[in-house]
Design a protein around this ligand. Structure first.
Ligand code: NAD
Length: 419
């Protein structure tokens, strides 16, 4: 369903077109700018008038997107995978109706995988125009740095896109309905992250539920309710990032036979089978975290199931990452989850302030925390806020996949100095 800026169908879904990859490209550019303007002086490096050319930054991002989506087209070709651009609808008996500019056609599948992903949730009285009031896609294509940027939702998208524009000089205010910051993240980690983001000047207001917005003289006047009652705040640009929902519009004909659950996700078993034999569904369309790496593994699992192999995604070891600075990353259970389950557990946390490599890099904020089973010593969760958390967490994934204990990690030799 995605088309590139050239109007041609573009493979790779949300992740490559308007999600993970373009946001990381902008996060990288903005991080360079922030380092130059705020953090190089301690190294004795000085610049005269550093500046940011936003169209060049956006152009670089578009080039990366084009390279990767084009890469998928090449992979398809190399692996003899045909594709047809258009909107697909599942009919009965494993048939798919495809509609595009050329008309409608029906293809028959022996096996079918539904992978239509998700779309942003909208909130009443806040109308996305992608000029002033932006969804995640619009938030990646702003033509110049907004003076004052409002972000609705302190979730993953809100924090990442807010970071991009804050680093480039926007005054950023994040309005979050819930009182707890990152409620699904280990709270010791979340509190530390919030402290660091606030210290950087990001104005994250918890318990602030947005009720509407109105355009006045090219500015968005946002109404919200917090502990002090009804409030208003005016922004030059507004990013709406209040979650995503499965994209099922037009996906299923009435007699397709595939059921949805109470939250409108396509209902699947542990191996992504729908109610119709031979029809599978994966990714954001089904239960579990809306993450590209989870979707990819489900796709691989389904291909293996179809090929008659024994296989299973380990849903207990799917990492999560927020690519802010510092990054936040985790795998397994939070301390709160383990506590609630009643299991006997122990925790340990080491701050980066005690780490030589972190000191040398000037990145001493944050920590690594482990949650482990009190009796067996087996690792139940790893949680990081700090430098390169996105890369460090992969060690936790490997450890958990191998059923490692804390002692196993202690017996391993790691390069010194390293994070
Ligand atoms: P989210 O669910 O992470 O956060 C949405 C936030 O908006 C919540 O905290 C919610 O309380 C708040 N909210 C809802 N209504 C509100 C209102 N009226 N006023 C104020 N706040 C309100 O959703 P998201 O950030 O939009 O991200 C969507 C999905 O995309 C996530 O599931 C995430 O997994 C995925 N994603 C992942 C990455 C990554 O892996 N790095 C990056 C981007 C997106």
């Amino acid at each position: 369903r995605f088309k590139g800026k050239d109007g041609k169908y573009s493979l790779g879904g949300t992740c490559l077109n308007i999600g993970c990859i373009p946001s990381k490209a902008l996060l990288d550019s903005s991080k360079h700018y922030e380092q130059m303007t705020k953090h190089y002086d301690v190294h004795g490096i000085a610049f005269d008038n550093p500046s940011i050319d936003v169209p060049t930054m956006i152009g670089r991002k578009d080039k990366i997107v084009k390279q990767l989506t084009g890469g998928i087209a090449q992979l398809f070709k190399a692996n003899k995978v045909n594709y047809i651009g258009g909107s697909g609808k599942l009919l009965k008996d494993r048939q798919v109706e495809i509609t595009n500019d050329e008309g409608t056609q029906v293809v028959q599948g022996e096996h079918i995988i539904l992978a239509s992903g998700s779309v942003p949730i909208s909130i009443p009285n806040v109308e996305i125009d992608n000029e002033y009031i932006l969804d995640n896609a619009g938030g990646l294509d702003v033509g110049k740095v907004p003076e004052k940027l409002g972000v609705i939702g302190a979730g993953v998208i809100g924090l990442e896109l807010g970071s991009v524009w804050a680093r480039l000089g926007s005054e950023v205010v994040v309005l979050e309905a819930v009182d707890t910051f990152l409620p699904t993240v280990d709270q010791q980690i979340a509190k530390d992250a919030k402290k660091q983001f606030s210290k950087q000047g990001q104005d994250i207001r918890l318990g602030a539920r947005v009720t509407g917005s109105e355009m006045k003289k090219n500015q968005a006047v946002v109404s919200f309710t917090d502990k002090d009652g009804d409030q208003q705040e005016t922004f030059d640009r507004l990013i709406v990032a209040v979650g995503r929902r499965p994209y099922t519009e037009g996906l299923l004909s009435q007699d397709a036979g595939v059921s949805l659950d109470e939250r409108n996700f396509v209902y699947v078993d542990n191996q992504c089978r729908t109610d119709v034999p031979g029809v599978y569904a994966i990714g954001d369309l089904v239960r579990g975290p809306a993450l590209a790496h989870k979707a990819i593994e489900e796709g691989v699992m389904v291909a293996e199931v179809i090929a008659g192999e024994h296989t299973q995604v380990n849903y207990d070891a799917v990492p999560g990452v927020i690519y802010t600075h510092p990054e936040v990353a985790w795998v397994g259970k939070t301390e709160e989850e383990v506590k609630e389950s009643g299991e006997a557990y122990k925790t340990g946390a080491v701050p980066f302030a005690a780490n030589g490599r972190a000191m040398a890099a000037g990145e001493t904020g944050g920590m690594v925390k482990f949650v482990a089973d009190e009796k067996t010593d087996r690792i139940l969760g790893m949680h990081v806020v700090g430098p390169q958390a996105s890369e460090l967490i992969q060690q936790g994934v490997v450890a958990m996949e191998f059923g490692a204990t804390i002692e196993d990690l202690q017996l391993m030799v790691f390069g010194h100095p390293s994070l």
